[in-house]
Design a protein around this ligand. Sequence first.
Ligand SMILES: [Zn+2]
Length: 280
Amino acid sequence: MTTPVRSAFHIRFVVAGTLVLAASACTSSTEVTPARTTHADRYVDLTHDLAADSIFWPTGETFRLEKVADGVTDKGYYYASNNYSGNEHGGTHIDAPIHFAQGHWTVDQIPLDRLIGPAVVVDVTAESRANADSQIGPADFTAWEQAHGQIEADSIVLIRTDFSKRWPDARAYLGTDEHGDAAVAKLHFPGLHPDAAKWLVGRRIRAVGLDTASIDYGQSTLFETHRTLYERNIPAFENLTALDQLPPRGTTVFALPMKIKGGSGGPLRAVAVIPAEVSR
Ligand SMILES: [Zn+2]
């Protein structure tokens, strides 16, 4: 007989159309093959290429790739190698809590279970398109919950503005393509209102991410959303892309940064896995 645990596994992972068949099969001695296979899962890359034209915070050094070798050696084999450099906070990247919270986790100290988990995607594209200075508030989350159910503890909350479609045009994406301290006052892009950060702390989320350059909106001067979340060791993923390819819930996100010892953040490879049974 199939054990109850095994039965639950089978029921959870079969597509809706075969649910009845699988459930009844579990009561007999016949072993059921799960309809779900890894081949049917879809993988979505939430990461921009890291390149010379990647958008960085105006005060940070941009990404550079310097060729060390690229050619056939005198021993007859091909060999390629590069040096790279750049600020931690550019391209698709993670903010470690220490970025705005002294004494909190550096990027290498963030436990893996903060970086891998079930995701919800909150669509704020309409207000973002209408106003580059818009701030996502608690009302955006409560409206989402009315449509899709409660945001559970340990969720990774992704905010979709579709500003990623402006990448890598810095003027369209950031509001300015200038560099240096003076450029910071010219930043215009949506972010999370500090009240939304407090609301997410109350939901005990795992991490937050969005497809703009910062979780505080461009015109922020006190970075209260950063401070509120990082003081609770909730990391953030910034400059994500392809959030328009994700359903509102049902995906698992893997957001694994470069493990820079003592880093305040770093380049991130973020992907989402959409199980075959999750309809889009
Ligand atoms: Zn950052």
